[in-house]
Design a protein around this ligand. Structure first.
Ligand code: NAP
Length: 247
């Protein structure tokens, strides 16, 4: 019997999971992407674009005869995870969340933790002059009203053309990054504060490491609440879950 597995993706882990799950016997998989970034990353097992909320996702699960759902979206992609929780429950489907562990501050870190991006916007002007802004492109415009701060902004792809960017310099780059080049970047632009989401994982941790060594402050945006449900932190645990649930 073949099981249809839907992976909600948009992360490195989701890609890795899709590659490995494709080799499991009796599994037919689909990797779902929101379609925000580079189409070149899309493979033959992918589908692209929103489902149309909870109702659309339930329809999709039914139409594609999905048996198992793995939510491997980014820890800050709260809407799709919430929708997946409701849709799986209403459809009676087993669902697992793959969520990488978050970064924890260690001795030497100068973190200021804030609840969300707006809270970062609110506190910056009180103590900051030159910021390295690494929160992706979707919420970048929240910073464009701030005067007297210069922003070094890094993201994977250009913001939409109607986005008004904060004053500063835009870098289009995809991780992973290494500590030495991050240190050089911070020093070259005389950065005094980094603004980061607590994304976790290794690919973008180098900036946190570099900040610690240079004594630079980090305004760390906390993660949104996850919906209820079983969570694992690595791809191997998802593969074990898939084997267990279908047996
Ligand atoms: P979001 O706010 O949770 O989702 C917004 C809407 O985008 C969802 O309601 C859904 O539309 C659609 N969507 C999101 N992920 C989808 C997926 N994997 N497959 C199909 N539709 C999806 O998410 P977001 O923060 O905009 O992030 C979008 C995607 O980028 C996510 O897949 C996430 O894994 C990835 N990503 C996000 C971040 C981040 O910082 N937020 C960072 C790296 C990667 P419908 O309601 O129409 O179904």
């Amino acid at each position: 019997m073949t099981f249809n597995l839907l992976i909600l993706g948009g992360t490195q882990e989701a890609r890795e999971l899709a590659d490995k799950a494709a080799n499991l016997p009796d599994i037919q998989l689909k990797l779902s992407l929101a379609g925000r970034t580079n189409q070149a990353l899309i493979s033959k097992n992918s589908r692209v674009g929103g489902f149309g909320g909870v109702a659309g996702l339930i329809n999709y699960l039914e139409a594609e005869n999905i048996d198992l759902l793995v939510d491997a979206t980014h820890p800050f992609a709260a809407n799709i995870s919430h929708n997946a929780g409701i849709a799986a429950e209403k459809s009676g489907l087993p669902r697992l969340m793959l969520v990488r562990s978050e970064w924890k501050s260690v001795t030497g870190d100068k973190w200021i933790e804030v609840e969300n991006t707006q809270a970062a916007v609110d506190i910056l002007p009180s103590f900051v002059k030159r910021v390295f802004l690494t929160i992706g492109r979707q919420e970048i415009t929240a910073f464009n009203q701030i005067e007297n701060i210069w922003f070094l902004m890094r993201m994977i792809e250009k913001p939409l053309s109607d986005f008004v960017l904060p004053k500063g310099l835009l870098l289009l780059e995809r991780g992973p990054f290494d500590k030495d080049s991050e240190k050089q970047l911070l020093q070259k632009h005389n950065i005094d504060t980094i603004v980061s989401k607590n994304s976790g994982g290794n690919a973008t941790y180098a900036k946190i490491f570099a900040a610690r060594e240079l004594g630079i402050k980090v305004v760390m945006v906390k993660r949104p609440m996850l919906p209820e449900g079983e969570i694992v932190e690595d791809v191997e645990s998802v593969l074990e879950w898939v084997k267990r649930v279908r047996s």
